[in-house]
Design a binder for this molecule. Structure first.
Ligand code: MIC
Ligand code: SF4
Length: 640
């Protein structure tokens, strides 16, 4: 049987295991990506490993999330990251240079290589034929130290695209359609590999919109072949020499197959509060809109913005709507400034925000109370935008522009504006002056840590008996935004574990932290897909700091599960999901840990006097890590 491109890349990077779905495999990582919100902690973790230089190349740290700078915390973090990068051999992308995934795609992504990124949307680079995986900061720090990345070998899903997108229908609608069909947990344990004649009409930035939002499916990653279109994009970025061809074999073996006819797609929209709550735009048309936001790592390429500028030219943002643009990168911003499209945005009434994540994680431009916001972004979890009762919808830039003009949800095909999809620019404007290489005299660089940057606490081995009260019980699809919110108030605390820990479950249950502190820690009970969404390891680290010993759920999302293991919290799933009802908040639980890993353990609910069989969601290596108190103490024992 022939090989998929995923298989081919895995094969050239494999250091441990067999490429069979479900097997634990270790792969060598070529390149690493950090951003400021996860990167400060990852750098502190790398520092704790005691190595002089990073071993991945390029290892790039971007400042794009924490840019509001309402106090000293964010700028202190920037200086920390800049000096840390200079000293330890990392490349630093300065604030203002753009959103990590967009800039990585433009300037760093290379087909056939493996990227491990401390951000869940790292698969954006899959649009370039790169095997790009999101992970917790500690896994990335370990990769920076030259350690393999371990994962459960996913199933490969072949997604065959046929046909061609119609006017006003875009790459965003392809991934929204997949989310509609498969839901936010449909991609768990899977890699989506795209093929078929339909991919030939998709440019690299469009492919990257699709691979970016593969994260919302819960997929390990998504990938496109590296073909003539990839080569053409690299050429326009002045990087043609970095191209290699990479195709699946004609008889490639996919464990699952999906087909989609692009010609039959129409504009789609995800309703609040989940990216899979997808319907046709026409089904919700007419709903008054308060806010429109165009940008984010999903949809702010040059072409995306040129399409919107074309629609806005000579038209105005509706008086009811507050509209904002966050260009994906300084390259994009520079180019729309040079060709006049920025002037069209300004003239139409769009507010021009800086090139950063911004509104996507509630760092400014929060919607009004109960307001309806239409965004070209990738996540619409409740409260994420900064306003608890806002209703955030996700759609393509074309749909966003139509809503901005009409003041209500509108299918852009009904608006009567002309559609033009500009070709890629002959040459992208390349100016890497805000990308700083590491210092050639690292011994002279002093790493500067502001007062908000606190070192990591010591982690201790797990005791033989875990016991304590149930502190929290939640339902299905709890995201890391629920477990540890982002936003302007909390994000600046990412390098201060004691301070950020005060916000665990802040939006769901403000009493949680007090309870955890009073009881000296305990257990969390969850439903399906617990920990979906972002890669933020703080959603495991902060509960650990509060004494959480085990999380017992029906199923976990991949990155969060790895983060729990990394910080020595025992991940358990119900052997029988129906037992979920047998545990309530306040119940006293007890679990004896065996010396060697068993397939099932008994969790005693001493309050209700029932025994509940639970399964540790661990392989043998993870079990050793959890027992050691997490990956840091474990790595220190094993680093050569
Ligand atoms: C997100 O989109 O949720 C974030 C903010 O980019 C996170 C990373 C973080 O929390 O720092 C992600 O996607 O991993
Ligand atoms: Fe930034 Fe939003 Fe992309 Fe996360 S999803 S990297 S917050 S733009």
């Amino acid at each position: 049987m022939g090989k998929t491109i995923t298989h081919k890349i895995f094969e050239t990077h494999l250091v441990e295991g067999y490429l069979e779905p479900g097997e634990t495999v270790g792969i060598q990582v070529d390149s690493t990506l950090l951003q400021d919100a996860t990167g400060t902690m990852a750098c502190l973790e790398f520092e704790a490993l005691g190595l002089p230089r990073v071993k991945t190349a390029p290892c790039v740290v971007f400042v794009d999330h924490n840019m509001l700078q309402v106090g000293f915390e964010n700028p202190d973090d920037h200086i920390f990251l800049q000096t840390f990068a200079a000293k330890y051999g990392m490349t630093y992308s300065r604030p203002g240079n753009g959103i990590c995934h967009q800039v990585y795609l433009e300037r760093f992504a290379v087909p056939g290589k493996v990227l491990l990124g401390a951000d869940s949307h790292s698969p954006t680079a899959g649009g370039m034929g790169m095997l790009a995986i999101g992970a917790g900061g500690l896994d990335v720090a370990l990769a920076m130290a030259g350690q393999p990345f371990y994962l459960t070998m996913p199933k490969i899903v072949g997604v065959k695209l046929t046909g061609k997108l119609q006017p006003f229908v875009s790459a965003k609608d392809i991934i929204l359609e997949l989310l509609r069909r498969l839901t936010v947990k449909g991609g768990t344990g899977k890699i989506f590999e795209y093929y078929g004649e339909g991919i030939r009409s998709l440019t690299v930035p469009e492919r990257s919109t699709i691979t970016n939002m593969g994260a919302e499916l819960g997929a390990t990653t998504s990938i496109f072949p590296s073909d003539e279109i990839t080569k053409d994009y690299l050429k326009r970025q002045g990087r043609e020499s970095e191209w290699i061809p990479l195709y699946p074999d004609g008889d490639a073996e996919y464990q699952e197959r999906i087909e989609m006819d692009l010609s039959s797609l129409e504009p789609l929209i995800a309703r609040p509060h989940s990216p899979d709550n997808v319907v046709k735009v026409r089904e919700v048309k007419g709903l008054p809109v308060d806010q429109v936001a165009i940008g984010s790592c999903t949809n702010s390429s040059f072409t995306d913005l040129m399409i919107v500028a074309g629609m806005m030219k000579g038209r105005s943002v509706h008086p009811r709507v507050s509209a904002a643009l966050t260009p994906g990168s300084r390259q994009v911003l520079n180019m729309i400034a040079a060709n006049g499209a920025l002037a069209d945005f300004i003239a139409s009434g769009f507010r021009i925000l800086e090139s950063a994540c911004g509104p996507c994680i509630g760092m400014g431009f929060a919607p009004s109370s109960g307001g309806v916001a239409i965004r070209s972004y990738n996540r619409n979890f409740e409260g994420r935008a900064g306003t608890k009762d806002a209703r955030v919808y996700l759609a393509s830039p074309e749909v966003c522009a139509a809503c901005a003009i009409a003041g209500e949800i509108t299918d852009p095909r009904d608006l009567g504006v002309p559609y033009s999809r500009p070709p890629l620019p002959e040459k992208y404007l390349v100016d890497d002056s805000m990308i700083l290489p590491p210092s050639s005299h690292p011994e002279e660089v002093e790493v500067r840590k502001g007062p908000n940057i606190k070192s990591l606490p010591q982690m201790f081995p797990l005791p033989e008996v875990l016991d304590g009260e149930v502190l929290m019980k939640v339902g299905d699809n709890i995201s890391t935004d629920h477990i540890l919110p982002a936003g302007a108030k909390i994000l600046p605390l990412r390098s201060n574990l004691p301070a950020i820990s005060d916000y665990v479950f802040a939006g769901l249950d403000p009493g949680f932290v007090r309870r955890a502190k009073e009881k000296g820690g305990g257990f969390i009970i969850g439903g399906e897909n617990y920990g979906q969404g972002s890669s933020r390891e703080h959603a495991a680290l902060a509960p650990k700091f509060l004494g959480v010993k085990a999380v017992i759920v029906k199923s976990f999302a991949r990155i969060h599960l790895a983060n729990l293991v990394n910080f020595g919290i025992l991940p358990l799933k119900f052997a029988n999901p129906a037992d979920y009802v047998k545990i309530d908040v306040g119940d006293f639980l007890q679990c004896h840990l065996p010396k060697t890993l068993n397939s099932a353990l008994i969790l005693k609910n001493l309050t209700k006097k029932v025994d509940i069989p639970v399964i540790p969601v661990l392989n043998a290596r993870d079990w050793e890590i959890v027992k050691a108190g997490g990956s840091l103490p474990y790595a220190k024992l094993h680093l050569t």
